[in-house]
Design a protein around this ligand. Structure first.
Ligand SMILES: [Zn+2]
Ligand SMILES: [Zn+2]
Length: 410
């Protein structure tokens, strides 16, 4: 099939499903579910895939709320990813209802024409982006084996070619000391709150001497019960972020030393528990980014810009880990007025608005067209693959392995 003709037919396939996609976006928005609890969204999305005539694997890759649906019998395999988890307390403030339904639209449109066009598509439902690392666990079960390229769109306040996604690992620290009456027998106490405070201050001092784009932030979860009882136990929680999964390793060691020193100073014991998933930085495949940018302009009239001072989204995503396995993109699609940041109640409202609904349909068409380029574009897949091989050679095979393997000590 001719590429231009395929693109127009893909647009029609998305538009034929527009009402269903927007209704699903609203329903997911109205039922916010956090990490690995996305049963409503999983049911809704898999039912819609099945109703479209596509077999779907529910609870895929050992995760109750993941799914996979495949179409096509030859040619390159392109994965389109759907996220659908929400944030505690503020609902769909990251707009994953838009990610889910833009992905559904692109995936179903591509599936409808896959055999005829000579390409393959796999629609993946990926739970728990907000800290649970769903894509990482899926990758460990082979979700990306045989995939030639992967894509998703994430809503934001602007149309951006990429998110500035850096590596992150989360850490919980508990300090155990000795309780005592703080007035009668203070000498018998070992103060776990002092340990936590000193650890916190050590990290504050460390911040002056880390790289400019590294981030360490922590909160106190348990900090004692009553002033006249020497606190015997405290718990703090941390996120440690660095430019790449490789540069994160030495930073983690320095942060751990700071936090352990608080225990040493106070005669307490520190227990550090790193989360068993590390979010990798995003290795955007520039050849694919260029295709998406061109398609968003040509198909739906969106000017997709490079991040700049007024508009950039710095954060982390488990799509970064996918990008170490297969050529990947994670563009941002405007669903709210410029400058409205994600993870705010205000953004949650825009995620279910006319502009949010437009992002669902536009994102679906722009991705479907990008799938078409990967299937049929002259030399496209080859340049995507060559760039990916060069990128992996640059980051090294060890970094690539650490993107999916359980981190040491976890
Ligand atoms: Zn988020
Ligand atoms: Zn998000």
């Amino acid at each position: 099939m001719d590429l231009a003709r395929l693109k127009e037919r893909l647009r029609a396939e998305v538009e034929a499903r527009a009402e269903v996609l927007v209704a699903a976006s609203h329903q997911i928005h109205e039922h916010p579910e956090t990490n690995y609890q996305e049963h409503f969204a999983h049911e809704l999305l898999t039912d819609l895939v099945e109703a479209d005539g596509l077999p779907v694997e529910r609870g895929a890759f050992g995760l109750d709320t993941a799914f996979a649906a495949r179409a096509g019998d030859r040619g390159p395999t392109v994965a389109v990813l759907c996220e659908y988890d929400a944030l505690p307390g503020i609902g769909h403030a990251c707009g994953h209802n838009i990610i889910a339904t833009a992905g559904l639209g692109a995936g179903l449109a591509a599936a409808a024409l896959a055999r005829e066009a000579g390409g393959r598509v796999v629609l993946l439902g990926t739970p728990a982006e907000e800290g649970g690392g769903g894509k990482i666990l899926m990758a460990r079960q082979g979700a990306f084996d045989g995939v030639d390229a992967a894509m998703m769109v994430h809503p934001a306040g602007d149309d951006l070619a990429r998110m500035d996604a850096i590596a992150v690992q989360e850490l919980t620290v508990s300090y155990d000391g000795e309780a005592a009456h703080a007035a009668a027998f203070p000498e018998r106490g070992r103060n776990a709150l002092d340990a936590a405070v000193l650890g916190y201050l050590n990290v504050a001092a460390l911040r002056q001497h880390i790289l400019p784009d590294e981030r360490v932030h922590g909160v106190f979860l348990e900090a004692g019960e009553k002033p006249n009882i020497v606190p015997a136990r405290t718990v703090t929680e941390w996120m440690v972020r660095s430019r790449s999964i490789a540069t994160l390793v030495p930073l983690k060691e320095r942060v751990a030393a700071c936090l352990e020193a608080g225990a040493a100073a106070t005669g307490c014991a520190a227990t550090l528990s790193w989360k068993p998933v590390v979010y990798a930085d995003m290795l955007d495949n520039e050849a694919m980014v260029a295709l998406y940018v061109a398609n968003a302009a040509a198909a739906v009239g969106r000017h997709v810009a490079e991040p700049h001072a007024g508009a950039a989204v710095v954060g982390s995503t488990d799509m970064g880990n996918v990008s170490y396995l297969v050529p990947s993109i994670h563009p941002m699609i405007a669903a709210a007025p410029s400058g409205v940041p994600i993870h705010t109640p205000e953004f949650a409202q825009h995620a279910r608005s006319a502009s949010g609904d437009r992002a669902v349909i536009d994102g679906a068409v722009a991705m479907a067209w990008t799938v078409a380029d990967l299937w049929l574009g002259d030399g496209v897949l080859e340049s995507v693959r060559n760039e990916f091989a060069a990128t992996i050679a640059r980051v090294g095979p060890e970094a690539r392995q650490s993107a999916t393997q359980p981190p040491p000590g976890a």
